[in-house]
Ligand binder design. Structure first.
Ligand SMILES: [Zn+2]
Length: 322
């Protein structure tokens, strides 16, 4: 099977079928396929959606309803959401204030690293860019912890909400932004790479934006996780056509290395997609069971998402990709 579109990581045009045919949660359940790059193994959505179709998906309102509600309007959020937000802020503050010292510090740093993508330890506050920052919940936590923060976000509503709480968020994209080379100590892309049409180009741009020795914090759905394997085409993580590429641990690492960064740590982190598999799992005991199973899959490295801390080499030069 071949396609004229070059693989965004290795450039190959040859594709292999996977037998995975997810339906879109948007566009009245339109059917897609997941195909594999014959050279590097990256999984891609097929057919590749046009920019026009993607705009239709993102503008439909179905899409952004799944994004964390604005921090400016927490009174309308369900109790469990608010509780999660409060716990996250507490954990992040303790992570930085205690620096991993003592029982509380170790616990805060463990949770900050495994659940909220804050790591690795010893990272002291500097300048941070959150690409696809949504309404800025992470930026707010980071600012409280002493970081100098800016964001990039394509959703106009999210940019306005972020501005209302005093956050500097640029409405551009990774192809079009006002930042200079080596400007950041940390760049974060949380649930973003799978939406980017050219992952290879995006990761090269991140490498440029980082100072030598700087870190990138990445999170993507894990197409090789337990729930994905169990449910095949029904796995909610395919999220076609909004998700253009789908990563496994191997292809995730390869994409980051190809862009000149060094993967230092990979954790698996589940987000409870198993709850969508059966009505019983949505009950309180069902959710508790899903939570416990998720912890086991995460320890085995087979959870719903993969988060990675990767580093630009110290000898990479100020703007080079080495
Ligand atoms: Zn490829």
């Amino acid at each position: 099977m071949s396609s004229s579109r070059a693989c965004p990581v290795c450039g190959d045009v040859r594709r292999q079928p996977t037998g995975l045919d997810p339906r879109s949660p948007y566009l009245r359940g339109r059917q897609y396929h997941v195909v594999r790059c014959a050279r590097c193994g990256l999984l891609l959505t097929d057919p590749w959606p046009t920019a026009e179709l993607l705009r239709q998906v993102y503008d439909s309102g179905d899409y952004y309803s799944t994004v964390e509600a604005s921090t400016t309007d927490s009174s309308n959020r369900p109790l469990i959401e608010r509780a999660r937000g409060i716990i996250r802020s507490l954990v992040v503050r303790h992570h930085f204030a205690l620096g991993g010292a003592g029982y509380r510090g170790r616990l805060a740093s463990f949770v900050a690293r495994r659940r909220f993508g804050w790591g690795p330890p010893g990272m002291s506050p500097g300048r941070l860019l959150d690409v696809g920052c949504g309404d800025g919940a992470f930026l707010l936590d980071a600012r409280h912890a002493g970081w100098d923060v800016v964001g990039i976000e394509t959703s106009r509503i999210a940019v306005e909400n972020a501005a209302r709480i005093g956050l500097q968020v640029d409405s551009g994209s990774l192809e079009d932004h006002p930042f200079g080379p080596a400007e950041f100590d940390v760049v974060r892309l949380w649930s973003v790479l799978e939406h980017v049409p050219d992952v290879g180009l995006a990761l090269h741009e991140i490498t440029k934006l980082l100072r030598p020795g700087g870190w990138v914090i990445l999170q993507v759905p894990n197409a090789d996780g337990f729930t994905a394997r169990m449910t095949g085409s029904r796995w909610p993580g395919w999220d076609v056509p909004a998700h253009l590429v789908h990563f496994t641990r191997k292809t995730f690492e390869r994409a980051v290395r190809t862009a000149g960064m060094l993967p230092m740590e990979i954790h698996s982190c589940s987000v409870g997609t198993m709850a969508g598999l059966h009505p019983l799992l949505k009950s309180t005991p069902g959710r508790a069971a899903v939570f416990l199973m998720d912890q086991v899959f995460d320890l085995l490295g087979a959870g719903d998402t993969l988060m990675m801390f990767a580093r630009k080499p110290l000898d990479a030069g100020l703007s080079g990709n080495s």
